[in-house]
Design a binder for this molecule. Structure first.
Ligand SMILES: [Zn+2]
Length: 189
């Protein structure tokens, strides 16, 4: 084993498109995971919690119980309560009992955890997926690599922000200068 550069080593893992490496998959009960992974985000119904990267682990117990851990997207995002209810409902419907959903706050979720499939679905839905990369290091404030936001309708990069907070706190409202269409942008976090 040779020691790697640990200073800013996060970047070196980016070649693999799944970051963080598919959480919990190896240790999770596969069936229960697949059921849990069908739950969608109530604010962006085209995205499952797996697409968003907030489904972390799914473990089953001997007596058909399930322990699920999820990481909230934005602190205070009320979607988490709905997701918890949906997880309980869908797993109960599949015969599991005693469904427990725990929130794991660290490491904090970032838009980097969103899967490529999730980004493609967002775009198709008319929401510009997050561009650029979230700032590393947590409390450093709103330092983000700003890239132009691409219009989901016409793919123009000539867009501008109308309001920082769109229909939900997770999104900003943009307008395209090319086709004049307003659209939601899923902000990088
Ligand atoms: Zn456009």
């Amino acid at each position: 084993m040779r020691s790697q550069d640990t200073g800013r080593g996060v970047e070196s893992t980016r070649a693999d498109t799944t970051y963080p490496p598919t959480p919990g998959r190896d240790t999770s009960d596969r069936d229960a995971w697949d059921i849990a992974a069908t739950v969608c985000d109530p604010e962006i119904p085209v995205l499952t919690i797996e697409d968003l990267g907030i489904l972390r682990t799914v473990e089953t117990t001997q007596d058909q119980g399930v322990l699920i851990t999820i990481t909230p997207t934005y602190s205070g995002c009320p979607a988490m309560d709905a997701i918890r209810d949906d997880l309980t409902a869908v797993l109960t419907a599949h015969g599991y009992t005693g469904v427990e959903v725990r929130l794991v706050l660290a490491p904090a979720w970032t838009t980097d955890w969103m899967s490529e499939a999730g980004r493609a679905k967002l775009q198709e839905y008319g929401i510009a997926p997050p561009t650029g990369k979230a700032a590393l290091g947590g409390h450093s404030g709103p330092i983000r690599l700003a890239l132009n936001v691409k219009c989901p309708q016409c793919s123009s990069l000539d867009t501008r922000e109308l309001t920082r907070f769109g229909s939900t706190s997770c999104k900003a409202l943009y307008v395209c200068r090319s086709c004049q269409e307003p659209f939601d942008y899923f902000k990088v976090l």
